[in-house]
Design a protein around this ligand. Sequence first.
Ligand code: NDP
Ligand SMILES: CC(C)CCC[C@@H](C)[C@H]1CC=C2C3=C(CC[C@@]21C)[C@@]1(C)CC[C@H](O)C(C)(C)[C@@H]1CC3
Length: 411
Amino acid sequence: MAPTQGPRAPLEFGGPLGAAALLLLLPATMFHLLLAARSGPARLLGPPASLPGLEVLWSPRALLLWLAWLGLQAALYLLPARKVAEGQELKDKSRLRYPINGFQALVLTALLVGLGMSAGLPLGALPEMLLPLAFVATLTAFIFSLFLYMKAQVAPVSALAPGGNSGNPIYDFFLGRELNPRICFFDFKYFCELRPGLIGWVLINLALLMKEAELRGSPSLAMWLVNGFQLLYVGDALWHEEAVLTTMDITHDGFGFMLAFGDMAWVPFTYSLQAQFLLHHPQPLGLPMASVICLINATGYYIFRGANSQKNTFRKNPSDPRVAATGRKLLVSGWWGMVRHPNYLGDLIMALAWSLPCGVSHLLPYFYLLYFTALLVHREARDERQCLQKYGLAWQEYCRRVPYRIMPYIY
Ligand SMILES: NC(=O)C1=CN([C@@H]2O[C@H](COP(=O)(O)OP(=O)(O)OC[C@H]3O[C@@H](n4cnc5c(N)ncnc54)[C@H](OP(=O)(O)O)[C@@H]3O)[C@@H](O)[C@H]2O)C=CC1
Ligand SMILES: CC(C)CCC[C@@H](C)[C@H]1CC=C2C3=C(CC[C@@]21C)[C@@]1(C)CC[C@H](O)C(C)(C)[C@@H]1CC3
């Protein structure tokens, strides 16, 4: 029996009480958003028009569809990859290997969906199933997190994450105990982070666009923009799949309910909120305003991609001439000389561009921007603590030279 305690880190998310609250609050918030988007008032704040009964939430058909979706994405994950990348060095000096075939999975999924639609697949019927699908996705996240928690009980201490090993079952269940839970070559965290949720997100967006075409003859310009922007975001994530291996989730966080629910339920069902809102609340959008919104999204993407690529180049090869003129361990030039998290800034600018096509009559479509700002501010603070511990004086010098965290001259 492996010792139950791994490395201890300071409690986060409000400790056991906060984790227990989030176990309930996160799914409740997701269902509130799903209900609000389809209601007339579309109120972000205040109770939903009506609470759905179990007969609305539970659907064996939705369960079968969800399990088939997970099975398809798992099969695509196991296909031969164009490349196998090594992750960051672990505590025992080893490196895990990861298949780089996410973009291939997106393309194959698109081909299969296209073939299905040509054979009569009613993709436009998917929006009516969002509630039961979200319900089975949440159920899956709970059950899968329980499996992960039990699996971590027999994992060696070296396999445990710094965070989710407080000894409190609720906190550890939420944060996740094991850093890289796998069965053979199948890495559960890596798979969930980029496949079923992310690809499911753009599939739900497409289904909402198809439904609008059925209802109104053609998709609105606003729906096209939201679909296009978010497909760019997901396509970029999968094209640069290897970059996820240097993100905090993969290198530092255990895999528990927070990321399992986040990846499999929160991303596909709350990140598609703008498209859900537009289906039920069509918004007029002229070409001049659409052009301005496209420029905003392009600016955000330019910063986001530029900063993430610069950091990944540096991490893979610090002597690369494109980044070599920097400090030994930390990038202090380019985007990373402007603010300490330029990638967050680009991501937030894109988040604004995703909400603007929904107009300014409702706050609901701006939920993602509000949530995401809070998430990144919290994430930045977590990262600061980790980097200060990791780099010590070098990080303090970096903070002196680059005083702003995300927004130049503001924060
Ligand atoms: N859409 C969404 O819901 C979300 C999107 N994201 C996006 O994911 C991307 C990755 O985010 P995240 O994983 O949080 O953070 P980062 O990709 O910024 O990774 C943080 C790590 O990068 C390294 N680092 C930080 N500063 C420097 C520097 N100056 N020079 C060299 N290395 C540095 C450190 O790790 P080390 O030293 O070990 O290399 C640090 O721990 C971001 O673009 C973010 O916007 C994130 C969360 C949610
Ligand atoms: C309060 C929430 C439920 C907490 C869960 C947060 C998760 C949804 C996010 C944590 C980090 C994420 C990343 C992406 C998606 C959202 C989650 C899982 C990401 C895959 C999006 C695409 C980007 O290009 C990326 C850099 C690959 C992102 C990595 C982090």
